[in-house]
Design a protein around this ligand. Structure first.
Ligand code: GDP
Ligand code: IMO
Ligand code: MG
Length: 423
């Protein structure tokens, strides 16, 4: 059996959580493969809203199991907090949750290092979520990190201390940065002790057994392709492989086991944090998108930057991920615009180009727009594809033609039920 992958094609927050939840009924296992609590995946159903950071978005389906893969980084305190919240909804949640022993641990000092390094960067800061993501992946690739499986080792306290000592010496480079570590450590130790008691697995073996038993598996990405450590707008990126290849390394799955790659994008663009964003709207149109789309970060609450859809960037993301089906989110947010801009090319070095250049800083690229008529109607109550306005279907068909990939799902609101299949 193959494993399907679902991931974001823009700068994150495309609506991955919602769609994973919608699709979970069709899968036996949902597996997160990278990122950590920098993610905020929102699910809405039965009049309630849930935001997940580390836990896969299949957790509300009683027939699906959920796995946190080796590519994920876990902060035990945030993770336990999520579990406590979910227990109110379902007290058997941890029965359906498995955690890779090879997933790396975010220590309190990783978070301090993240904060100190961002503060020192001043106006050049990445705009990190300050969850310790960068420093934890640095320790992973630097071969210093601690993993979930280390919690089971007798000498874990010594390993922990030795890494913290390294971090403290690094923190001395930031003499103005104040912190009080002992209280943070006390909560962390308690949470990691509870994490140790959960269902820890050698996830690559667990997965390969599941696939051998013909279980249907969906890999859930976090962040988006333009935040990928290699292919994103470096250095304004996250520290993991957010693209389809990350599902292989983050779960221990061979490339020839990947089946469908579902690519999710918003009908416009958003970005939270720093970094280039060619189609960003700094005017009242951008403000309107933010207001209509409630574009505030699910993890940090920061206002998201908003702009028109960027096709060169979308095509690039489709290419590097091998997307087999597109899913377009938040079409309802464009419901009261007379005309809708789509960037179809960039003016770059005096020429018009349709690919994504090495750098897309505002002084280097200028978007070239095609204008489409808006649909000027409220989509949020539409339940049948036949009832979708013609202007919206023209927008859909235009994107399909430009990208060469079918849009199979159209989302018209945050609720599970506000999801239409397109044929
Ligand atoms: P994720 O990180 O990709 O899972 O996305 P987030 O949850 O961070 O951000 C997406 C936001 O848009 C959430 O608040 C969702 O509830 C909401 N959302 C998802 N799909 C739609 C949609 O089709 N229309 C509207 N209006 N909101 C949506
Ligand atoms: P989901 O999974 C949107 C952004 C941050 C910052 C940069 C680096 O909800 O789509 P980090 O904390 O990883 O060091 O931050 O990446 N970022 C996200 N933006 N959605 C996310 O996740 C993000 N995770 C990180 O704002 O610009
Ligand atoms: Mg999000």
């Amino acid at each position: 059996m193959a494993i399907d992958v679902l991931l974001g094609l823009q700068w994150g927050d495309e609506g991955k959580g919602k769609i994973v939840d919608v699709l979970s009924g069709r899968y036996d296992l949902i597996a997160r493969f990278q990122g950590g609590p920098n993610a905020g995946h929102t699910l809405e159903f039965d009049g309630a809203k849930h935001v997940l950071h580390t836990i896969p978005s299949g957790i509300f389906h009683r027939n699906a199991l959920n796995l946190i893969g080796n590519g994920v980084v876990i902060d035990p305190v945030i993770f336990l907090g999520e579990i406590e919240k979910l227990r109110v909804v379902d007290d058997r949640i941890t029965d359906r949750l498995y955690i890779s022993r090879k997933a790396h641990l975010i220590l309190p000092t990783h978070r301090l290092l993240d904060a100190a390094s961002e503060a020192a960067k001043g106006k050049d800061k990445i705009g990190s979520t300050l969850k310790g993501i960068g420093p934890t992946y640095m320790d992973k690739t630097g071969r210093n990190g601690l993993r979930v499986g280390d919690l089971e080792l007798r000498d874990f306290p010594e390993r922990y201390r030795s890494l913290v000592d390294k971090h403290l010496s690094l923190l001395r480079q930031y003499p103005d940065f104040q912190f009080d570590l002992p209280p943070l450590e006390a909560v962390w130790m308690e949470a990691s002790e509870r994490l140790r008691g959960m269902q820890l697995v050698d996830s690559e073996l667990y997965l390969s057994k599941a696939l051998a038993e013909n279980k249907r598996v969906l890999a859930e990405g976090a962040q988006g392709s333009l935040l990928d450590i290699d292919f994103g707008t470096y250095p304004f990126v996250t520290s993991s492989t957010t693209t389809a290849a990350g599902a292989c390394t983050g779960l221990g799955v061979a490339p020839n086991r990947i089946g469908q790659v579902f690519g999710i994008f918003k009908a416009y663009c958003t970005r939270v944090g720093s970094g280039p964003f060619p189609t960003e709207l700094d005017d009242e149109l951008g403000e309107k998108l933010r207001k209509n789309g409630r574009e505030f970060g699910s993890t940090t609450g920061r206002p998201r930057r908003c702009g028109w859809l960027d096709l060169p960037a979308l095509k690039y993301a489709i290419e590097i991920n091998g997307v087999s089906e597109l899913m377009m989110m938040k079409a309802d947010v464009l419901g009261d615009f007379d005309r809708i801009g789509v960037c179809t090319a960039y003016r770059y070095n005096g020429k018009e180009v349709t690919h994504l250049p090495y750098r897309i800083d505002p002084e280097l690229v200028e978007p070239v727009y095609t204008w489409m008529p808006g649909w000027n109607c409220d989509l949020s109550g539409i339940e049948r594809t036949e009832d979708l306005p013609e202007e919206l279907m023209n927008y859909v068909r235009f994107i399909e033609r430009e990208t060469g990939i079918r849009i199979g799902v159209l989302s018209v609101g945050p609720d599970r039920r506000q999801t239409l299949s397109l044929s």
